[in-house]
Design a protein around this ligand. Structure first.
Ligand code: HEC
Ligand code: HEC
Length: 280
């Protein structure tokens, strides 16, 4: 009897061990030689998932909120991989959190949050790097940019660059003064034509990192130009000095006029821009 019981116990133990081996074998089975592409997709999902966790933070929330959440996301972020060209589809998922302020399609409704739709990808990446390093100082965007890897930045930038900016409306009382400054500058005051760098339709120049301006909120443009006028650069070096010098020569009236003109500036094909605006 005793022997049988021992045998029975032993067989139960054996069966248990066997099952657990099967179980672990099954768990192990799906592991194939590492697939870099699949790994990237998984890493992207984990970033997107953790980025979405930040989403409930609303524009009105205290700046400390996004900053703390950002630190948590940074801890989960996978180690840096070589940056591939930005992928707009992956970028869309990663950009969900940005949509709270900038609009899901990059057309923000609050005029102090810049529109990102149609902005050049290279410019968006550069600004995110400047925020992350603290060279362009903004507590909200420091918190938002800190957890982003270079690949996240490239993907998000690719997504927003592909969106169509919705044109705004210029103030009719300011438009002629604004247009003159934008197209001709003011020789006496040493102000170059904005068009020379930002393009006749405000499309900018991606190679030179001159941003797209057309349709941008006047209030945001006004705030940026006023800060530069006061001598606050975004980073160091000759590139950062360009707008600092130009803005130092703009009067308050110039800034208001040119900002309003920029908001009303449409793409090179006005008919197409109007059709897009009407369709949306
Ligand atoms: C809580 C609101 C908020 C959220 C969320 C947010 N931003 Fe911003 N963002 C701002 C504000 C405010 C500014 C303007 C900063 C300034 O005045 O310098 C800004 C500026 C920017 C700029 C500079 C645009 C320009 O024209 O110079 C970029 C690029 C940007 N944000 C990208 C992002 C991305 C990418 C995300 C998501 C990862 C994001 N933002 C999330 C509020 C937000
Ligand atoms: C010589 C080239 C040049 C000229 C001329 C020029 N800009 Fe710029 N602009 C730049 C560069 C470069 C930047 C990016 C600044 C940076 O990254 O520090 C910029 C950025 C801006 C921005 C910030 C846009 C954003 O969304 O971040 C505004 C607004 C702007 N310029 C308005 C103007 C206006 C108005 C004029 C004419 C009075 C003008 N610019 C003339 C080169 C130029």
């Amino acid at each position: 009897m005793r022997f049988r019981r021992v045998l029975a116990l032993a067989s139960v133990a054996f069966a248990g061990a066997f099952l657990s081996i099967v179980a672990s074998a099954q768990a192990a089975a799906p592991v194939k030689p590492g697939d870099a592409a699949a790994g990237q997709a998984k890493a992207a999902v984990s970033v997107a998932a953790s980025a979405q966790a930040v989403a409930p933070v609303k524009p009105g929330a205290a700046t400390a909120g996004p900053a703390k959440a950002a630190v948590a996301v940074a801890a989960i972020a996978p180690p840096a991989a070589p940056v591939k060209p930005g992928d707009a589809t992956t970028g869309q998922a990663k950009a969900t959190v940005c949509g709270a302020c900038h609009g899901l399609d990059g057309n923000s409704s609050v005029p102090l949050y810049p529109k990102l739709a149609g902005q050049q990808a290279s410019y968006i990446v550069r600004q995110l790097e400047l925020f992350k390093s603290g060279q362009r100082q903004n507590p909200i965007m420091l918190g938002m940019a800190t957890p982003l890897s270079p690949q996240d930045m490239a993907d998000i930038a690719a997504y927003f660059a592909k969106q169509k900016v919705l044109p705004g409306i210029a103030d009719t009382t300011l438009v002629s003064a604004g247009e003159k400054l934008y197209r001709e500058g003011d020789k006496k005051a040493g102000i170059p034509a904005c068009m020379a760098c930002h393009g006749p339709a405000g499309q900018g120049n991606p190679g030179a990192l001159y941003p797209h301006l057309a349709g941008q909120h006047a209030q945001y443009v006004q705030q940026v130009l006023t800060a530069w006028h006061g001598g606050q650069p975004w980073g160091k070096g000759p590139h950062a000095k360009i707008m600092l010098t130009i803005a130092s020569r703009l009067s308050t009236a110039d800034i208001a006029a040119v900002a309003s003109y920029i908001e009303g500036l449409h793409s090179a094909v006005p008919a197409a821009a109007t059709a897009t605006a009407a369709a949306q």
